[in-house]
Ligand binder design. Structure first.
Ligand SMILES: [Zn+2]
Length: 113
């Protein structure tokens, strides 16, 4: 997967943020992780230990908030969690649905010291 470059990205963001705030170290990073991204949180943590080793983010705790896949039916407005990525609406059977969530991956907040 692309976890390596994703992790590099997050570290960049966090270090820049910490520097701007004159932080001595990064304590905790809260991340939002959509189910559909296919990103595995253990991989991020693994690469993090490797890449952040000599930075002020080395001891940071990574907290992942997993976001489920949610779809909204364009016909009746029903919101539901599609099973096995079957997007058909469980209420009206409509096949036109849009994704409300599940694709996001971002840094939600950073706690520094
Ligand atoms: Zn519907």
């Amino acid at each position: 997967m692309h976890e390596l470059s994703v992790t590099e990205n997050i570290i960049d963001i966090c270090l820049r943020h910490a520097r701007n705030h004159g932080a001595r170290r990064i304590v905790r990073i809260n991340l939002v992780l959509g189910e559909l991204t296919g990103i595995v949180d253990q991989c991020i943590t693994f690469y993090w230990d490797m890449l952040a080793k000599d930075t002020i983010a080395a001891q940071a705790e990574l907290v992942f908030r997993k976001v489920p896949v949610v779809a909204r039916c364009r016909e009746c407005g029903e919101e539901y969690r599609p099973e096995n990525l079957e997007l058909r609406c469980p209420r009206c059977g409509g096949e036109q649905a849009e994704l409300v969530s599940g694709r996001e991956f971002r840094v939600e907040s950073i706690e520094v010291d």
